[in-house]
Design a binder for this molecule. Sequence first.
Ligand code: PGA
Length: 260
Amino acid sequence: MKKPLIAGNWKMFKTASEAVALVQTIKAAAHTVSDVSIVVCPPFTALTEVSKVLSGTSIALGAQNMYCAPEGAFTGEISPTMLKDLGCRYVILGHSERRQYFKEDDILVHEKLKTALKYSLVPIVCVGETLSEREAKKHFDVVKIQFDESIGRLGKEDIVKVVIAYEPVWAIGTGRTATPDQAEQMHSYIRRLLNERYGKENGSRVLILYGGSVKPDNTKSLMEKPNIDGALVGGASLKAELFAQIILEAQQSRDAGTHS
Ligand code: PGA
């Protein structure tokens, strides 16, 4: 049975001191949890301080983005080696806000993915369709292209190190979650793409997270689905009690054995 993963994407919220207060509360609330992998992804400016608070705990640190080179003349960018130096184990790549506001495309996301793996960061690669794409019934095609271009060009040995997050853009920060059935449909589709390309044994090892208005009251019904292996949580990860509740719900659905 795979260990579910709950990752908090803090986006551009929290100064370093606010981040310390938040992570201290999360740490206290989650100290009894052992069956769920927990990751927090604060902004770059808070990584150092949050890393100190997390030292010696099982909560992992992640970043929200990185550039695809270890160093160089790339003003304003952050490299994988810098993230590793601060204690990061994970990095979110290709989030829809990066794609939408900063014009990241699948080619760049793939370069970043290869670089993250080269420097032993665990990438959480985001895919997902917009509302108009779903309404035009193109959501499977859109996600297939994102998968093919940004993820599916990796080799077998690398794919098992990748975490995929399916985040329908229309569900992000809108309070409008995909229903568990809608989410599972896409997750099982992504699983099929993985299995076809990499074989069932490798495909089944890849964690596929759902993201988009995940809250304590919808976590269990999402996590009960066979191909939903965890969640990438935005808004609710900024409130320690909500994030802790989501983690506990994930643990319970695992303990109930509803999750394969
Ligand atoms: P949300 O964000 O939980 O606030 O919808 C999810 C995300 O953008 O990763």
